[in-house]
Design a protein around this ligand. Structure first.
Ligand SMILES: Cc1cc2nc3c(=O)[nH]c(=O)nc-3n(C[C@H](O)[C@H](O)[C@H](O)COP(=O)(O)O)c2cc1C
Length: 382
């Protein structure tokens, strides 16, 4: 049997801080720090504490070529090899296969940049409630805790030499730009008309034109830019209230301009899922529609293989799409939102997405504004 190390592995000397009760009572201090090695292997999707001997052993086995297991055992000891295989940090080529080896193969097939894979896999949330668990502070509370924030604008260079620019001319885009705001008060009874949803989805996520840029390489022209012209961002839709579309989970087909039903939900289940998606930010839950933006990483990484900028490009793509979505919502006379404070793992389970291949990036949504403003918004007219 042969073995090799998993494709991507980072090892962190983690410091855990805590109260040192003995030191506190003896009056020598109160803060205790414990150090341990943490293996961050994205294919495992969990942090693994290992010891110093395991760290050294992992450094002795390569991730590319397969090594005879017996040779590794002679060098490191059978118990060590067993322990690392059991943790899924070493993989064998046995006929029976293993979940860790399958995950590792999937990771290798995507062409992730290793640091990006770790950053993505270990920054996802499950069951987070930002409004409660992590505390969502107001600006007043933040100023109390941290003092004033850095100034909103800065000067650079010689102020005397600054070239004063003419006032901006008005333009047709102003109609949307000057009305756009993040809505945090949605009318819980209002529906999103189907024609508004259709325009929102098609003009944000839909193909406006198709172009064969090489044999077997088809790209879409969309209303937002996309790194490499590849448009890897897929739109997954949670419908709560759209006449003619039952509450549930859908995938939007960018070319067919169609909602593909995945799971039907009753109204209560759809609302509960919405709450979990946005990590308990109750001010977004009543939006009649939410759109999850998830990047099909292989589409971008097909060109940008093991590329230091590729993950950043995925984030930027979603940012552009969200702004286009906001402006279209504004045009329809309603506020929109985007949030990255989301429970990616809940979303992955709901839509059946694997984070190694389909990276959930952000959630946007929109709907009719409620009459009053319970949660803070920054509207232009105020
Ligand atoms: C990447 C990103 C993440 C955001 N996340 C949240 C969020 O988690 N919760 C929220 O209420 N607003 C969120 N927002 C909205 C911002 O708070 C909002 O844009 C900002 O306060 C300025 O207000 P405006 O959009 O009305 O101009 C986010 C915006 C962006 C671009």
């Amino acid at each position: 049997m042969k073995i090799r190390r998993c494709a991507v592995l980072f090892i962190e000397p983690r410091e855990d801080l805590g109260i040192d009760w003995a030191a506190l009572f003896s009056g020598t201090g109160a803060l205790g720090a414990a150090l341990r090695w943490v293996a961050l292997a994205p294919h495992l999707d969990r942090e693994t504490t290992i010891d110093a001997a395991q760290v050294a052993a992992l450094g002795a086995i390569g991730q590319t070529a397969w090594t005879e297991r017996l040779d590794a055992e002679r060098q490191l000891g059978a118990a060590m090899v067993d322990s690392l295989l059991a943790l899924g940090l070493l993989l064998d080529d046995g006929a029976s296969g293993s979940p860790a080896r399958e995950r590792d193969a999937l990771l290798r097939a995507q062409h992730w940049r290793p640091l990006s894979a770790a950053a993505h896999m270990f920054s996802r949330w499950d069951g987070m409630q930002v409004d409660k668990g992590m505390h969502f502070p107001s600006f007043e509370e933040l100023v109390q805790a941290y003092g004033a924030p850095p100034a909103p604008a800065i000067g650079r260079g010689d102020p005397e030499a600054a070239i004063k620019l003419p006032p901006p001319a008005s333009g047709p885009l102003d109609a949307q730009l000057m009305q756009r705001y993040t809505g945090r008060n949605y009318d819980p009874d209002a529906a999103l008309p189907l024609d508004v949803l259709a325009r929102l989805l098609q003009r944000t996520f839909g193909a406006q034109a198709e172009r064969m840029v090489a044999q077997e390489a088809l790209v879409f022209k969309k209303t937002s830019p996309s790194a490499g012209g590849l448009h890897p961002t897929e739109a997954y839709v949670l419908v709560q209230r759209v006449p003619g579309v039952a509450p549930g989970l859908y995938h939007y087909h960018a070319l067919h301009h169609a909602l593909e039903p995945l799971t039907m939900l009753d109204a209560a289940a759809a609302s509960e899922l919405a709450r979990q998606f946005v990590a308990d930010q109750h001010w977004f839950v009543d939006a009649p529609v939410m759109v999850v933006m998830a990047a099909r990483v292989a589409r971008n990484f097909w060109k940008y293989r093991n590329h230091g900028k590729a993950y950043r490009a995925l984030m930027l793509d979603a940012g552009h799409l969200s702004q286009t979505f906001y402006l279209l919502a504004t045009e329809a006379g309603m506020p929109g939102f985007v949030t990255a404070a989301i429970n990616e793992m809940v979303i992955e389970r709901a839509f059946g997405l694997d984070p190694l291949s389909d990276a959930v990036v952000a959630v946007c949504g929109c709907g009719v504004a409620a009459a009053g403003q319970t949660t803070l918004e920054l509207r232009f007219e105020e």
